[in-house]
Design a protein around this ligand. Structure first.
Ligand code: CP3
Length: 341
């Protein structure tokens, strides 16, 4: 464990060159991923088949030697485990029946961990299959982000259905966030028990909330998850990603208790350096720089390293890699970060 230097960074160490992994590192930009994906009946089946999920997780590690592997799964396995019948329509994204009326009060979380048993099996197999020096990250979605899909029934550009519920029926939304926070904490603890070295909470839609709503819907439930994880599995680092939080990044670490804060690409590097004085940060290259090619990669990486590599830092993108990225350019990115290009 001592040799997984990325975990030391999460606890405040400065490591040179900084460790690197990439959000959505297992994905459609890799030909070997597309081949594995074609062997699954559908996307959730892919996530629930340990042979396939282990293979997809390992592919980017084999290719690039990243310092961390992230469990191949999805944040929407939680609503699926709450019986919301999630499906992924090719080219359209996730779908489920939108929550209506009193359905929130009737959600049954008693079978969540049983439903997700194949995910824990994947984690166990991964910890055995991965190189010793590669950390294994577990993850979940933040309650707000997961709730937005459950309320709308699909992805939306601005989360209007959930923001409307917040203003019209705040108690009902808070009940949903509570159920999700409790289920997500249990889910992360089970991943840790199966072998995850650290966990990450993705709040991909934190950026649509005003200050009051951000406190209530993003910060409070994430803090609840982190409190539970820290109480029951002390010592496991927690990364949190409030994408698009803007000014609200300022006191996010202090308010949630996260060990490492993941920055999206809109966070200015001088602000990132300020945030880093309070603790480790991760980020934040615009994923489209990888699509744009080598000059854009080199320029972006150098700026980020200049600003952040002198402190506790993990290199990453500011959001997931897109399917249009060239796998060879990703190799170039890794070389730039490791001082080999
Ligand atoms: O490599 C990894 O990062 C691990 C696996 C992972 C996936 N999704 C696989 C996936 C992780 C950590 C996620 C997180 C996730 N899922 C988030 C939070 C991070 C973010 O990107 O903001 C969100 C919002 C989701 C929900 C989700 N899953 C959407 C909206 C979609 C459809 C859009 C798309 O990119 O296709 C997915 C599908 C999905 N999850 C894919 C992958 C590799 C693509 C599905 C496919 O292969 O057909």
């Amino acid at each position: 464990m001592g040799q997984r230097t990325i975990l030391e960074v999460m606890q405040g160490a400065t490591v040179t060159p900084p460790p690197i992994w990439v959000m959505r590192q297992a994905g459609r930009y890799l030909p070997e991923y597309r081949e594995t994906r074609a062997r699954a009946k559908n996307f959730l089946d892919f996530c629930y088949t340990p042979d396939l999920a282990v293979e997809a997780t390992l592919q980017p590690i084999r290719r690039y030697g990243f310092d961390a592997a992230i469990l191949f799964s999805d944040i929407l396995v939680i609503p699926d485990a709450l019986d919301r019948n999630v499906s992924f329509v090719q080219g359209e994204g996730p779908r489920m029946r939108p929550l209506e009326g009193d359905e929130i009060e009737k959600l049954d979380s008693s079978r969540v961990l049983d439903h997700l048993a194949p995910v824990f099996e994947t984690v166990r197999r991964l910890r055995v299959a991965l190189p010793d020096e590669t950390a294994l990250l577990g993850f979940c979605g933040a309650p707000w982000t997961v709730a937005t899909y459950m309320i709308a029934g699909h992805g939306t550009p601005d989360q209007a259905p959930s923001r409307l519920m917040l203003y019209r029926e705040p108690a009902r939304l808070e009940k949903l966030l509570d159920i999700l926070a409790e289920a997500s904490a249990r889910y992360l603890i089970a991943q840790i028990d199966a072998g995850a070295d650290a966990v990450k909470i993705f709040d991909s839609w934190a950026g649509v909330l005003d200050r009051v709503a951000f406190e209530r819907c993003s910060v409070a439930p994430v803090r609840k998850i982190i409190e539970t994880v820290k109480r029951e599995r002390p010592g496991t680092p927690v990364i949190a990603f409030p994408k698009g939080a803007g000014w609200q990044y300022r006191d996010y670490r202090e308010k949630t208790g996260a060990d490492m804060i993941a920055l999206d690409w809109t966070v200015p590097l001088d602000v990132a350096a300020q945030l880093q004085k309070e603790g480790p940060v991760q980020g934040n290259l615009d994923p489209l720089r990888v699509v744009a090619g080598r000059a854009a990669i080199k320029e972006g990486v150098d700026r980020i390293l200049d600003a952040l590599a002198g402190g506790p830092f993990v290199f990453n993108l500011g959001h997931g890699i897109t399917p249009q990225a060239d796998p060879d350019d990703m190799a170039y990115l890794v070389d730039c970060v490791r001082g080999k290009a």
